[in-house]
Design a protein around this ligand. Structure first.
Ligand code: ATR
Length: 278
């Protein structure tokens, strides 16, 4: 590759057309006047290794990977960050000069950065967190909350086996609950997080009633379609502090942008508006 080649990065997924990442990175590239490109790449299951080799050949600095490639990316990596290792999936890859690539998972840190920015009064050590759901997204959230110093995570999932699997990965600060127990676990929780798909599209009841929530509880949802999910609407009706899920998407993108394009990007209202624009 020549020195003058513009920096390239992108997102690999299947499908990839719905991804908001090209718009997000495109906005930052324009804002900072960087003559780089961030490209969506539709790569079928099983073709990831070939696609990454082609990227290297073409001089790509790195790439995001999304469904269904997040686990395989981890398996193919020559370096794996602690976060990606424990979460069991990668979303941000950086091609290394000596060959191979480093795999990171920025979902958890993105979740945390969003909470810190939007609810600066929240203190992780202040009390237990109730996390609803035990899927891929929940793993990143649980990892980040433990890193931040949350003393106890009450983890409730519809299928108990997945909640138990998370507890086994993350240790005794995670308490696995049956889905029916989530209701009782609302009481005393300093933070309530929905990582399930319940509320996507804005229809239906919240995954849990907030009748017994503490008045100081912070409530957040990683679903951002709509921005105000049934859970966040219920929280706002009770006067609780809420943080929507869009910021997690924006913050998880920042480490990749910095690694590929050499500038730490800002997450602010202008970026939100650019990503939300129809
Ligand atoms: P993601 O990567 O976004 O976490 P996922 O791995 O498919 O996606 O996980 C979806 C989560 O939403 C799971 O916790 C799932 O519960 P199960 O493990 O029991 O499937 C949860 N979920 C989806 N629909 C739900 C519903 N109707 N009620 C309760 N939980 C639901």
């Amino acid at each position: 590759m020549t020195e003058a080649a513009p920096p390239l990065a992108g997102v690999i997924g299947w499908p990839v057309g719905h991804s908001r990442s090209p718009r997000l990175h495109g906005y930052w590239l324009a804002r900072y006047g960087i003559a780089g490109y961030y490209i969506p790449m539709a790569v079928a299951p099983g073709d990831l290794a070939a696609a990454l080799a082609a990227q290297r050949q073409l001089g790509f600095r790195g790439t995001n990977v999304t469904i269904p490639h997040k686990e395989e990316a981890l398996a193919l990596a020559s370096e794996v960050t602690a976060a990606a290792e424990v979460i069991g999936a990668a979303n941000t890859l950086v091609h290394l000069p000596e060959g191979g690539f480093r795999a990171d998972n920025t979902d958890g840190l993105g979740f945390l950065a969003n909470l810190r920015q939007e609810a600066p009064a929240w203190i992780p050590q202040s009390g237990p967190a109730l996390v609803l759901g035990a899927g891929g997204a929940a793993r990143g959230v649980v990892w980040a909350l433990l890193e931040a110093g949350v003393p106890e995570i009450r983890l409730a999932n519809r299928s108990r086996a997945r909640a138990l699997a998370l507890r086994d990965s993350f240790g005794p600060r995670v308490v696995a609950l049956d889905w029916a127990e989530a209701q009782d676990a609302v009481a005393g929780a300093a933070l309530i997080v929905n990582t399930t798909s319940v509320g996507m599209g804005g229809q239906g009841d919240p995954p849990v009633s907030l009748d017994r929530a503490e008045s100081g509880a912070l409530v957040t949802d990683i679903v951002y379609t709509p921005l105000v999910t049934p859970l966040l609407a219920a929280a706002q009706a009770r006067g609780l502090t809420t943080v929507d899920g869009l910021g997690m998407l924006l913050h998880q993108a920042a480490p990749g942008f910095e690694a590929w394009f050499g500038r730490k990007p800002e997450v602010d209202a202008e970026l939100r508006a650019a990503v939300l624009a129809p």
